[in-house]
Design a protein around this ligand. Structure first.
Ligand SMILES: [Zn+2]
Length: 243
């Protein structure tokens, strides 16, 4: 199995690793440890590069199976046992971390205002969309939700990662809106992302350390997706302040 460095240390942007196996047909290598997120939970996989000796290749895709994390390389595959250095496209990954944390913040804002669960979502670097069941949505909601979204981000809530036994996760009523019951039955440990004081959900993705690091956001669209359903799109507005 691959040690998933991104799961506990989201700010690690490079690693040394050993090639466990190669898939010559796919052009992919299985590594013993990685900072590359393989995608999931609406967050796209990372991009970056892998170097062996003096050769450096682009990582064009990252996937995951029951053996670990596979890095799809544009070039000559290193042999099993080889040592490689992996490096993320950090600018893109950090923007995805900000976007993902903004997604969870919006979940918290919508939950506090409407008690509406999220029904779907997706993100690209810098932009996100979330679907909610909100039958009572009116015209005033868009500017008010946007203002509250930015107010909550500016609160500078810390984001904590923890791991719960499956049985404890299933018993925790506050995790119900995350649809824990839909997690695969085989999952024995549930990773939890806690925006302390605002939102807590089962999640596999990468996040910034505090909500202020997201910067400010704009709601770009709040369209009806059928009776009672609302699709909210947002964009990250500005670079975070340094420090
Ligand atoms: Zn998430």
């Amino acid at each position: 199995m691959t040690e998933k460095i991104y799961s506990t240390r989201a700010y690690e942007r490079s690693m040394t690793a050993t090639v466990l196996d190669v898939d010559t047909e796919a052009g992919a290598v299985l590594l013993d440890r990685t900072v590359f997120y393989p995608g999931g939970g609406g967050q796209p996989h990372d991009l970056g590069s892998i170097s062996t000796g003096s050769d450096r290749y682009d990582v064009v895709k990252v996937t995951q199976d029951d053996r670990g994390v596979w890095h799809w390389i544009d070039g000559q595959l290193p042999a099993p046992g080889a040592e490689v250095v992996g490096e993320l496209d950090w600018e893109r990954r950090h923007l995805l971390m900000r976007t993902h944390t903004a997604m969870h913040t919006l979940c918290g804002v919508i939950w506090n205002r409407f008690e509406s669960p999220v029904t779907g979502g997706n993100m690209t670097p810098g932009e996100g969309r979330l679907d909610f069941e909100i039958p009572q949505w009116t015209q005033e909601d868009r500017p008010e939700v946007e203002a509250e979204f930015n107010r909550q981000l500016a609160m500078d809530y810390p984001i904590e990662v923890s791991f719960l036994d499956r049985a404890d996760a299933d018993r925790d009523p506050s995790l119900i809106r995350t649809k824990v019951s839909l997690l695969p039955p085989s999952l024995t440990v549930v990773r939890v992302i806690d925006i302390v004081g605002l939102d807590r959900q089962a999640d596999g993705g990468t996040h910034v350390a505090s909500t202020a690091e997201v910067g400010t956001v704009r709601i770009t669209k709040a369209e009806s997706k059928g009776k009672g359903f609302r699709r909210i799109r947002f964009a990250i507005d500005q670079a975070p302040t340094a420090g």
